[in-house]
Design a protein around this ligand. Sequence first.
Ligand code: RET
Length: 272
Amino acid sequence: MNNIENLFDYTTGQFELIDHLLTMGVGVHFAALFFFLIISQFVAPKYRVATALSCIVMVSAGLILYSQAAMWTDAFAYKDGAYRLQDLTFSNGYRYVNWMATIPCLLTQLLIVLNLKGKSLFSTATWLIIAAWGMIITGYVGQLYEVEDISQLMIWGAISTVLFVIMNFIVGTKIFTQRSTMLGGADSTIKKVFWLMMFAWTLYPIAYLVPYFMNTADGVVLRQFLFTVADISSKVVYGLMISYIAIKQSAAAGYVPAQQALGRLGMEFKEA
Ligand code: RET
């Protein structure tokens, strides 16, 4: 039960690039946390859970990336011209476990801005979360075998992909059927959110497959790069778009702070 990260020696460039990518991830998520906290006052109460969920995702992802960066620098040390594994090992498994919490938040915030409520919100969220958890658990098991038995990686990855496709199908159908309920031009932004999800979420299975197609130190760099791009686009950029949609719909529903934030209402300054 090992990750390929522990198999290689790294040049200073490779080692530092990974450290920098992980540390940048920490910075971006914590910076975005403040943005979501500030912006939530412009979002009407009925959509505010969506921005609150972004705040939760930022803390959770920021912390996990902090621990990934610390684990990376603890596991390797510079000796005889290269960074070499010490007494500890590095593991990507923490990420998968973290997705058990963040993915349900990301999916639920989507359903909220899609104007789903009550029973239909609850049942759609439940099915999506069941599919997502199945996808993550099978992927977690698969990545445990990436060094010892690549065929196990492929089998578990295939099962996980089936659940991923089911989840995307539900997301796509909901976006398609709910678009007509969306106010203030948010129906065109939500289409972009869908394509962003398809792009960003697909980077994770590509990162999972790195041991299959690039079992080298450069492959490890590529994997951490893919994870970083995926993290920032699937959580931060996605959260920004969800907040924008929430503000647009709040403004269209007559919520004054949202109208002011979008510059749609004149600010009346009284002359002294
Ligand atoms: C795994 C295993 C291989 C097959 C597939 C996978 C999909 C992973 C995804 C992860 C998304 C993570 C997000 C995290 C946000 O915090 C599990 C790598 C399909 C889609 C959005």
